[in-house]
Design a protein around this ligand. Structure first.
Ligand code: ZN
Length: 249
């Protein structure tokens, strides 16, 4: 199948080159080889949705925060919500090129809650969580940026939901590809989310939250604001999702 050969093609290339330029090739490959639709052997009986055929996986890309919820910020005031959306849109573009059905929780700077709600943050998180209910067969990928009181810490880290076995597999795939191709010094391991990560704690489908890097680390914060690094992040996430979807077939 075309995805098999696609996957072998670009990972063989990346293994051979071991450079960031290979990641650029990956972006080109994903873009160029838009082809066969990714399907899954999902068997759960459930509600039909008008949006997608029954057996097609939908990838929900969640750009964390938005609107009055800016999330974390860099030392000079760049808000996490903008960086999350920038990376999420790049992941959306790459996956769409590979003919994957993608849904975004937000595509602009908004909070998913009514202005007059007295529980805006909780409403916002529930709205994102409940988007997964609309699709019989979906996975959920949330994009965030990290922050810590000590500036020296850096590196991408993936959290996963304990409610579905697929979550850890997808998280490990993203973490491993990051260490292999994006941050060779990154020895972080994936972590199961506890109830402090509301969406992952409550969602039922395969779900991960990618903390792309630390806004509290000046060097990494600067990198995270560049288009080229955002492209590399998106390429790693996209390739990992494609590999996960293929393994789930
Ligand atoms: Zn966040």
């Amino acid at each position: 199948m075309i995805l098999n050969s696609l996957s072998k093609f670009f990972w063989r290339r990346i293994s051979f080159l071991f450079t960031f330029s290979a990641l650029c090739m990956l972006i080109v490959s994903v873009t160029y080889f838009a082809g066969e639709r990714i399907t899954s052997a999902g068997t759960d009986a459930g509600k039909d949705t008008a949006a997608t055929p029954k057996d097609e996986i939908t990838v929900i890309i969640d750009a964390g925060h938005g609107g009055r919820d800016g999330g974390a910020s860099t030392e000079d005031g760049v808000l996490e919500k903008h960086l999350n959306l920038a990376v999420a849109k790049k992941v959306q573009a790459l996956l769409s090129c590979a003919d994957v059905n993608v849904v975004m929780t937000r595509e602009s700077d908004i909070m998913l809650a009514d202005e007059d709600s007295s529980h805006k943050k909780r409403d916002d998180l529930n709205a994102r969580l409940h988007m997964a209910d609309a699709y019989e067969n979906c996975i959920f990928v949330s994009i965030h940026m990290n922050k810590f009181p000590v500036a020296k810490y850096s590196g991408l880290q993936v959290y996963y939901s304990k409610n579905h076995a697929g979550s850890a597999l997808l998280a490990d795939t993203i973490q491993e590809k990051t260490a292999a191709f994006l941050q060779t010094g990154n020895s972080r391991i994936t972590k199961a989310a506890d109830d402090s990560i509301y969406i992952l704690h409550n969602i039922k489908v395969p779900a991960v939250l990618v903390e792309c890097g630390f806004l509290s680390n000046p060097e990494e914060a600067a990198l995270l604001q560049t288009e080229s690094y955002q492209n590399k992040l998106a390429a790693v996430i996209c390739a990992s999702v494609l590999e996960y979807l293929e393994s789930a077939e």
